[in-house]
Design a protein around this ligand. Structure first.
Ligand SMILES: [Zn+2]
Length: 381
C-alpha cells in the first residue's frame, strides 16, 4: 500500500516540469521503482509501465496515431521466473541477482546434488541437469523458451573454494503468448503533416527473477523514456511544421520484437519518415555520446554536429556504423533514415540488479533534449 501511494504521488507530480533534470529524475525513479518490477514479465510490470506512458501521452495532449488508442498490441513467447528462486552452493545460500542469476532459457528445478568440475569455471550436476559457471559479472537477458537444463551464472566472489554441492529450487513458467503493446502518439505537423520525425525509446526491461528480485533498468531504458517524454511534452505544446511522432517500444530486451512488429505493421507509412532518433541508455554522457548509423547518414550526422558545436552541448559525439543493438535497426533495414544515440561515461551497470535510479547522474539530460530539438529544426528546413 505504501508503495502504491508513493507511485501515485510520483505520477501526479510528474507533469510539473518537462525539460529539466528534476522531471527526468522523477520519470526514472518512477519507472525503476518496485511497482513496475523491471517492466517485464511478472507482477504485471510491463503492463503497468504501458498504462503509465499512455497516461503521460494523453496528459501532454499527444494524439493517438490510429483510432482512439495509443496502443499497438502484439504478443510473443517468453520464459519467466515468477516465484521460487533459491540456490545454495557448498551449504551457503546465495542472493538472487547479486550472487547468481539463472540463465533466461533455464527450466525450473527442485534438486540437491554434487557438482563435477569441467574446467576452471564450469561445474555440472549431470543427474539434475544443472550447470554452474563462475563469472566476474552477471548479465541477464530474456529467452523465448526453456531448454532441458538449468544454467546458473554465479559471481566468483560469492563462494569460497570450488563449488562441490548444490541445492536449487527454481520455478519457471513459459508464457506462449505474452501480451504487450507499443505506445504510439503524435503531434500533427502544421504545414507538412505527411513528413514525420520519429522519436523512439523502448520502455520494457528484463522484469523480475523470482519473488523478491527485479532488474530496475534505470539506464536501460527508463532514462531514454524520460528524454522521450520531455520531448513529447515540449512538442505537444509547440507543434512544428512536420509531424512529430513518439513510439515507446515493448519487447526490445527480448530481441527487438516491438520495433520489428511496428516496421511490419506500421501505423503510418514508413516512407513518410524523414528521420528517426532512437534513445536508449541516456543516463550518463560525461564522456559524450555515440551515434549508431552516423556513417550511413553522413549529411544528417554533420547537421547533428553543427547543432552540438553551436550550442556547446555534449563533450564528444562518436560516429559508429550500422548495428543491430536497439530499435532503430529494423527501420534502417526498411530504408528509413535513423540514428541511435547512447550516452558514455559514468556507471557500468548493464542488465544487472545494479542499474538503479540513484546511480544515474542524468547529467546531460537537458543537453540531449536541446540536441534533438536543434537537430529536428534543421531537418525541417
Ligand atoms: Zn535498452
Amino acid at each position: 500500500m505504501k508503495n502504491l501511494l508513493l507511485v501515485f504521488l510520483v505520477l501526479s507530480c510528474s507533469n510539473a516540469f518537462s525539460q529539466d533534470i528534476s522531471f527526468a529524475k522523477k520519470v526514472v525513479d518512477t519507472l525503476a521503482s518496485p511497482y513496475f518490477w523491471g517492466r517485464g514479465y511478472t507482477k504485471g510490470g510491463m503492463e503497468k509501465a504501458a498504462q503509465y506512458l499512455v497516461q503521460q501521452f494523453s496528459d501532454y495532449g499527444l494524439k493517438p496515431v490510429k483510432g482512439s488508442s495509443f496502443l499497438q498490441p502484439f504478443s510473443y513467447p517468453v520464459n519467466t521466473f515468477p516465484t521460487e528462486m533459491e540456490v545454495s552452493i557448498n551449504g551457503k545460500q546465495l542472493t538472487p541477482g547479486k550472487d547468481f542469476i539463472v540463465s533466461p532459457d533455464s527450466r525450473g528445478v527442485k534438486a540437491k546434488g554434487d557438482l563435477q568440475q569441467q574446467d576452471s569455471t564450469h561445474f555440472i550436476d549431470a543427474q539434475n541437469r544443472i550447470m554452474v559457471s563462475l563469472e566476474d559479472k552477471l548479465t541477464w537477458s530474456v529467452a523465448s523458451e526453456a531448454a532441458d537444463y538449468t544454467a546458473l551464472q554465479v559471481d566468483k566472489k560469492a563462494i569460497d573454494g570450488m563449488p562441490a554441492d548444490i541445492k536449487a529450487t527454481i520455478e519457471n513458467k513459459v508464457i506462449k503468448d505474452f501480451k504487450t503493446a507499443n505506445i504510439c502518439g503524435w503531434v500533427k505537423g502544421t504545414s507538412h503533416p505527411d513528413s514525420i520525425i520519429v522519436i523512439s525509446a523502448h520502455y520494457d526491461h528484463l522484469g523480475g527473477m523470482g519473488e523478491s528480485t527485479y532488474f530496475p533498468g534505470a539506464n536501460d531504458n527508463a532514462s531514454g523514456t524520460s528524454v522521450l517524454l520531455g520531448l513529447a511534452k515540449y512538442y505537444a505544446a509547440n507543434p512544428q511544421p512536420f509531424t512529430i511522432a513518439f513510439i515507446s517500444f515493448a519487447g526490445e530486451e527480448a530481441g527487438l520484437i516491438g520495433s520489428k512488429y511496428f516496421t511490419e505493421n506500421p501505423v503510418f507509412p514508413l516512407k513518410n519518415i524523414r528521420f528517426l532518433v532512437n534513445l536508449d541508455l541516456q543516463g550518463t554522457g560525461g564522456e559524450g555520446i555515440t551515434v549508431v548509423n552516423a556513417t550511413e547518414f553522413k549529411k544528417e550526422f554533420e547537421m547533428l554536429n553543427e547543432v552540438n558545436d553551436s550550442l556547446k552541448l555534449l563533450s564528444k559525439i562518436n560516429a559508429r556504423g550500422k548495428a543491430a543493438n536497439s530499435d532503430h535497426y529494423w527501420f534502417t533495414e526498411k530504408g528509413v533514415p535513423a540514428f541511435f544515440f547512447y550516452t558514455l561515461g559514468g556507471i557500468k551497470a548493464y542488465h544487472d540488479v545494479f542499474d538503479k535510479a540513484e546511480t544515474l547522474p542524468l547529467n546531460e539530460y537537458e543537453d540531449l533534449i536541446k540536441l534533438v530539438k536543434g537537430f529536428n529544426k534543421k531537418l525541417m528546413k
